[in-house]
Write a protein that binds this ligand. Structure first.
Ligand code: G1P
Length: 303
């Protein structure tokens, strides 16, 4: 039996970005640059690379710059066109031509589970992907296509898991799994959102990529606020894990061991920018040489 394929991606982007104030006072955190592209563009490119060209952003107030970034900018295009600057013109058009992008507003910011529920009308009765903007997956280590294939084979929902140091597990959703995987696919038996270390069922954290069965919507609409007083996707997945396949239940996980960057807080954001910049052919070699000099002598090279 093969299950219905995945065509749509949902990207929650309604968060206030308070960890990055003051820059996020008037600029959405999704628009913070990672080298020269907004963080969110990497995430959209990842979805498109996995064949998902229908993207729904769940946004909130003051997210206009995000909408503008994926829209045409005729004025800028005209200026670049008249100068014959095709290279920059292509950069401007790239984000517009990437995918079919839709928007819905979350209204009350009641948590990740609520953001997913708001996507129900657009998604309808089909499986879909959810990509969280704070997690950047290196384009050289794609995982989404594999998750989609797992969904097609087994049905239900699929999580992307990562082994983390146990003392950091309370920053993540955490899963309990059956120990014997089938071709690297684990059956998820339990889920806890940001557990205390003592209560964590394992050291496997959920990272921000999900394939969800549409059965999640009915479950979310019954899910009470959990950790932090928010409606948690993890709590709805715990219910799905215990439901039968005929009801759209079943949760599986695959362990990601590729390169992932976290843009969710200041330090990890800076690390992500430096890591990605140092891999760029245009500025990487110079940046790396400068970093070596800077870390060994403290010199910024221009004193
Ligand atoms: C969310 C989820 C959490 C998951 C994390 C991955 O938490 O609720 O289960 O582990 O994303 O980045 P957040 O980091 O948005 O608080």
């Amino acid at each position: 039996m093969t299950f219905q394929g995945v065509r749509k991606a949902v990207i929650p982007a309604a968060g206030l970005g308070t960890r990055f104030l003051p820059v996020t006072k008037a600029t959405p955190k999704e628009m913070l640059p990672v080298v020269d592209k907004p963080a969110i563009q990497y995430v959209v490119e990842e979805a498109v690379a996995a064949g998902l060209e229908d993207i729904l952003f769940v946004t909130g107030r003051s997210k206009r710059p995000l909408e503008d970034h994926f829209d045409r900018n005729y004025e800028l295009e005209q200026v670049l066109e008249s100068k014959g600057d095709t290279e920059r013109l292509n950069l401007v058009r790239e984000s517009t031509d990437l995918a079919r992008i839709h928007y819905v507003r979350q209204g009350d910011p009641l948590g990740l589970g609520h953001a997913v529920l708001v996507a129900q009308q657009h998604v309808g009765d089909e499986p879909f992907a959810v990509l969280l903007g704070d997690d950047l997956i290196d384009a050289r280590d794609p995982i989404l296509e594999r998750m989609i294939a797992i969904r097609s084979e087994f049905g239900g929902s699929v999580l992307c898991l990562m082994q983390v140091p146990r003392e950091t597990i309370s920053l993540y959703g955490c899963v309990g799994i059956e120990t014997d995987p089938i071709n690297g696919v684990f059956a998820v038996t339990d889920l806890v959102e940001k557990p205390d270390i003592a209560d964590a069922p394992s050291d496997l954290a959920i990272i921000g990529r999900y394939i969800l069965d549409p059965a999640v919507f009915a479950v979310l609409s019954e899910t009470a606020p959990g950790r932090g007083g928010e409606i948690q996707l993890t709590d709805a997945l715990r219910v799905l894990a215990k439901m039968s396949p005929a009801q759209g239940g079943g949760v599986r996980g695959v362990i990601f061991d590729g390169r992932r960057y976290d843009t969710g807080d200041k330090l990890s954001y800076l690390q992500a920018v430096i890591t990605l910049a140092s891999q760029r052919p245009d500025i990487g070699p110079q940046l790396t040489a400068w970093l070596q000099e800077f870390t060994s002598t403290g010199s910024t090279g221009n004193q």
